[in-house]
Design a protein around this ligand. Structure first.
Ligand code: SME
Length: 179
């Protein structure tokens, strides 16, 4: 499926958001939120080859979170790849051709297009990015960005805020393999 018409996309994201709102009623555990969203989105977005989250675990460092699809890279610094660009700039990234994106990290040789959306908690802090890859060139466009930004805003607002004693950036994490 090379293209999906805007009305169909709007319906996909509206229905995904409604499904997630029902599933996550009263839920504030970030893992439960991200795992549910990865599943719902991956199964509703036919073009998706990988759907999941990278969490901010330290300043300038993302680590893989819940996802659907083949194994993803474990860690991505903010200065690498499409996910890093979304985290660094705080702006969604819609990439029609990943091979033309400087620093793209090829976790999956078949990936051709990618969309990455920042997730912020209720304080406005960046907590994760939502990453969707596709084997179809130019699989994502502005309609996907709008739909996914709405879902990301909903998901981020569910996240339990860190308790004051755990520190503003949460628990310390040991470094893992870098991308
Ligand atoms: N391609 C991504 C890396 C993550 S995965 O594809 C799952 C990037 O360049 O940020």
């Amino acid at each position: 499926m090379a293209t999906v018409d805007p009305a169909a996309k709007e319906a996909i994201y509206r229905e995904a958001r409604a499904e997630l709102a029902a599933l996550l009623d009263g839920v504030d555990d970030p893992v439960a939120v991200m795992a549910s969203a990865a599943s719902v989105l991956h199964h509703r977005i036919e073009r998706a080859s990988w759907t999941g989250f990278y969490r901010v675990v330290a300043p300038g460092r993302l680590r893989v979170g819940p996802y659907q699809g083949p194994p993803g890279c474990l860690e991505i610094p903010f200065d690498r790849g499409v996910c890093g660009a979304a985290a660094r700039t705080g702006e969604s990234q819609v990439v029609a051709d990943v091979h033309a994106f400087p620093g793209h990290i090829a976790c999956d040789e078949g990936a051709r297009a990618e969309i990455v959306i920042p997730l912020r908690d209720r304080r406005g802090e960046l907590v994760a990015v939502l990453d969707i890859d596709s084997h179809h060139p130019a699989a994502f466009d502005e309609d996907d960005r709008i739909g996914l930004e709405s879902i990301a805003a909903f998901l981020g607002a569910l996240f339990k805020l860190p308790s004051p004693e755990s520190g503003a950036s949460g628990p310390a994490h040991a470094p893992l393999r870098r991308a």
